[in-house]
Design a protein around this ligand. Sequence first.
Ligand code: ZDP
Length: 279
Amino acid sequence: MSIEFAKYHGLGNDFILIDNRSSLEPVVTSEQAIKLCDRNFGIGADGVIFALPGQDGTDYTMRIFNSDGSEPEMCGNGIRCLARFVAELDGNKSQIAEYQIHTLAGVIRSQLKFDGQVTVDMGVPRLKAAEIPTTLCSNDQKVIAHPLEVAGQSWLVTCVSMGNPHCITFVDNLAEIPLEIIGPQFEHHPAFPQRTNTEFIQVVRPNYLKMRVWERGAGATLACGTGACASLVAGVLTDKCDHTATVELPGGPLEIEWSAVNQRLYMTGPAECVFTGRI
Ligand code: ZDP
């Protein structure tokens, strides 16, 4: 096979982008995606993202495989990269371009800004246990500061779905968290039937959070857009932070706003092309 790709990243959360406009199915299988994401035997990435034809009146459809071959519903950093990638494919030279993108988590709107930043309307967070999904409490209840036993310790977790599942814990000292050890134990905890993304948050100020993330299907990554949005929601629900905050990730900062008017989340951050190539 011969497939052209572009390598993009959003704050170091990196993806292989593939022009999939000629087909409704990804041109790469999940097994092939695992190999492409391998950092020693492949191109190296946290995931593979496909720009497919739009559905139901949208401009494009996004699908993504994690580096372990699983398919998440949504991907915040990835959709910023996709917006830049399709603007490039379209030959869109205008300074501001808006795209409607169909995802497994619904229609997402993204807007390219003149300064290279991309703002994404990430939609309304889902909070009921059944929507996460988690068995931590009964189906239509919210999981807010709920105890969860992991690695012989009780953690107070808040669960938020941004289309994909997130489990958030607030900690006093982020540097002390043994992410590589406890991350997988959260991810595979029986309370999360679809597994979960896991975020640890240190509140520096109500409008400034620091985050480390263990991603479902990808492990420790430098950034996670859906995770930053979910964490701000968890911070508001537990009275720890404002509706607008900077979330500092290992790869850099994202600006997140949870609108009190329409309950939607807006994420702003960079997306950059690193190189292109042929498989
Ligand atoms: O839900 C999942 O399985 C995630 N690993 C998907 C990827 C999320 C991402 N890091 C983000 O920025 O939202 C791309």
